[in-house]
Design a protein around this ligand. Structure first.
Ligand code: PEP
Ligand code: MG
Length: 325
């Protein structure tokens, strides 16, 4: 199988009926960079910047943050990289930073909430990103955005850092794209306000699932209890896709779902064309894409979206099998 995926490495991911899918990979540490060439991923759709913080016993300084981001951009070359700003808190606790115990950490001061409460921390990271990407493209997104105001405030910090650099005559990125992660269900009813403010969005299905079903992703007693291949979750994804298409906002999916062939089949059938998968998922998902006929799949999927079942996994499996996916 490994050899089969290696053979597909340089094959573009195009469905049977001719739709081009952009297949990216997730990364977080320098060692992950070799996966770009090894898998043939077209870029990094999610770079989890907190990993550098988690493997360190102290706050990584500005220069070591900058050095890592440079390394990532150099390794990617012409391939796009989307950096996700610090996603600390929740299940990712740092002993040297905000280690106050919380009763419900997943609902606590994690990710962008911490970043907005400690703007010096977020600004240092943005400064490192802007410096590392001087003269090239920088794509940056914020995790756990729950309100449009949070996105506005985060984006303002980017503007402040750009001004800071400009005043000092420092070179800026040649192109800057700022996006939001869709992980909090609240945004589903505020996309009309959010999308015009973003350059792109990316769906973190791990967290979106956790918050939609009120089911702790780290608690084995409940984490497998609900299925992403369920009408409510798939309908939410269908609606996000539609609104992004209507407003011409680029959208990708970067949760683990995107790396599992059956789930990725559902995603492309719903209209998604940018998936960022863990490295091990890139080959299997590409093989699925090459065999999929979306026109035929779409009709079947529309019926399943109307089902009252808690999971339509079996039905999607049958659909895929019937279509020889
Ligand atoms: C997600 O929530 O789906 C996601 C991609 O972010 P993380 O898994 O790092 O929380
Ligand atoms: Mg997340």
């Amino acid at each position: 199988q490994r050899a089969e995926f290696d053979q597909l490495r340089d094959t573009p991911a195009v469905t049977k009926d001719g739709k081009r899918i952009v297949l990216l990979t997730n990364a977080g540490l320098a060692v992950d960079l070799e996966n770009l060439d090894a898998t043939g991923a077209e870029g990094i759709g999610l770079f989890r910047t907190e990993f550098q913080f988690m493997v360190s016993d102290e706050l990584p300084r500005l220069d070591s943050q900058t050095a890592l981001y440079k390394l990532v951009l150099d390794a990617a070359g012409d391939r796009p990289v989307t950096f996700r700003t610090l996603d600390i808190g929740g299940d990712k606790v740092l002993p040297y930073l905000d280690n106050e115990r919380e009763e419900n950490p997943a609902l606590g001061r994690r990710a962008i909430r911490l970043g907005l409460d400690r703007p010096a921390l977020l600004r240092m990271q943005l400064r490192a990103l802007l410096t590392a990407a001087a003269g090239r493209e920088l794509r940056v997104m914020f995790p756990m955005i729950a309100t449009v105001d949070e996105f506005r405030a985060a984006r303002e910090l980017v503007d402040i850092e750009c001004d800071w650099a400009r005043r000092r005559g420092r070179p800026l990125p040649s192109l800057l794209r700022v996006g939001a992660m869709i992980e909090c269900p609240s945004l589903l009813w505020h996309l009309d306000a959010l999308l015009p403010l973003t350059d792109f969005v990316s769906i973190g299905t791990n967290d979106l699932m956790q918050y939609m079903f009120a089911s702790d992703r780290t608690n084995p007693r409940v984490s497998e209890r609900y299925d992403a291949l369920s009408p409510p979750f798939l309908r939410a994804l269908a609606e996000i896709q539609q609104k992004c298409a209507d407003s011409a906002t680029p959208v990708s999916v970067c949760g683990e779902l995107a790396g599992r062939p059956l789930e990725a089949f559902a995603l492309i059938t719903l209209g998604y064309s940018r998936l960022s998968a863990p490295a091990g998922g890139v080959g299997p998902v590409k093989r699925m894409i090459l065999s999929a006929d979306l026109n035929a799949a779409r009709r079947g999927m529309n019926v399943l979206l109307g089902s009252s079942a808690g999971s339509v996994r079996g039905e999607i499996e049958s659909l895929a099998r019937k279509l020889n996916v």
